[in-house]
Design a binder for this molecule. Structure first.
Ligand code: APR
Length: 168
């Protein structure tokens, strides 16, 4: 599998699957979540609501992933995953790694070959971007998956440099 880095807006990417940094409600939010719902249109939220009404009555647990339509995005699916909120006194690294593994597992179930990831948990959830990059790249590298390209789409230079330092 290839790991590539792109500086830009994940909602502009063409990929089989675009990963959303969601929250457990699956009902939208700010950051990546807000952008995906805004650009992707109401079909994504409708699909999320259906998931809440069926398998995820209490919401999507942190570290897990689930797919919906990508609506108007240039992708076939959005894979929603819930990152851990960074905690100074509890090591939640395994949950952040799990987001990446779970998203790739869902991608494999769908037959997705190219998957675009944002820097999960590094915004509202306040995870230091260098540490998040280390965890994300390692989790992707170690995953057993048929995905051919994992593309990290970084919104700012700081995040881009952080990921570049771990992909080299
Ligand atoms: N494309 C790519 N990356 C983006 C975009 C975008 N359009 N918008 C923001 N980012 C970057 C942020 O700069 C940050 O580095 O994505 C990273 C993750 O930030 P958040 O979107 O805030 O996600 P997270 O930290 O995981 O927090 C999730 O925020 O938006 C709410 O509903 C969401 O409650 C959930 C929480």
């Amino acid at each position: 599998m290839n790991i590539t880095l792109v500086r830009g807006d994940i909602t502009e990417q063409h990929a089989d699957a675009i990963v959303n940094a969601a929250n457990s409600s699956l009902l939208g939010g700010g950051g990546v979540d807000g952008a995906i719902h805004r650009k992707g249109g109401p079909d994504i939220l409708a699909a999320c609501r259906a998931l809440r009404a069926s398998h995820y009555g209490r919401g999507l647990p942190t570290g897990q992933a689930v797919a919906t339509t990508a609506g108007r995005l240039d992708a076939r699916w959005v894979i929603h995953t819930v990152g851990p909120v960074h905690s100074p006194d509890e090591d939640r690294s395994a949950l952040l790694a799990s987001c990446h593994r779970a998203a790739l597992r869902v991608a494999d179930e769908l037959g997705a070959r190219t998957v675009a990831f944002p820097a999960i948990s590094t915004g509202v959830y306040r995870w230091p971007v260098d540490d998040a990059a280390r965890i994300a790249v390692r989790a992707v590298r170690e995953a057993e998956t048929s995905v051919e390209e994992v593309r990290f789409v970084l919104f700012d230079e700081r995040a881009y440099e952080a990921f570049a330092a771990h992909v080299r």
